[in-house]
Design a protein around this ligand. Structure first.
Ligand SMILES: O=C([O-])CC(=O)C(=O)O
Length: 163
């Protein structure tokens, strides 16, 4: 069942949850057609290789947000218009890429959130090395599969996990 999470402004979430909210310190750029997006976290960890995330985004997203730890590399693009288009068509809410994109002009037309560090036209390898749904850490916070993520023009935040 698709699990849609309605995006809430991240500044409002800080006002509501205070320091319990986990806020990512990275200054991402916005590339997708949806500037505010939210969903349950899935993760990929990879380095200049997008085989794993390409295969995952070809499967139903059920409203999830894919968080990709690309090690911050800006040498190759992890996502372009084809992979992002598949994510849109398969019901993913958004992508958070600690890495680069390409086809950036086309990404703006998609019904998808896409935050990334920057752009580069060079492709990634496709060997499929890396891991899926292991916790990933960048910007001072750890993204666990199942966390609820909210993103907008102000940044990215993870809701406190119920104790
Ligand atoms: O295939 C790739 O590596 C990325 C790409 O260009 C696309 O998603 O369109």
């Amino acid at each position: 069942m698709p699990e849609t999470v309605t995006p809430v402004p991240t500044a409002d979430l800080v006002d509501r949850y205070g320091t319990e909210l986990r806020v990512c310190d990275v200054q991402f750029r916005q590339f997708g057609g949806h500037r505010g997006f939210a969903g349950r976290v899935r993760t990929v960890s990879c380095h200049e290789d997008n085989g794993l995330l390409r295969d995952l985004l070809r499967t139903p997203g059920d409203g999830a947000v894919l968080v990709v730890d690309g090690g911050g590399s800006l040498r190759t693009a992890l996502v372009g218009d084809l992979i992002a288009g598949a994510a849109q068509d398969n019901g993913w809410a958004g992508l958070v890429l600690h890495g680069a994109v390409r086809d950036s002009a086309a990404l703006a037309d998609l019904r998808l959130g896409v935050k990334a560090l920057g752009t580069i036209p060079r492709k990634s390898a496709k060997t499929g090395t890396g891991s899926v749904d292991a916790p990933v850490t960048f910007g001072g916070i750890t993204f666990h599969p199942g966390d609820i993520l909210h993103a907008d023009d102000d940044g990215i935040a993870l809701l406190p996990t119920p104790s």
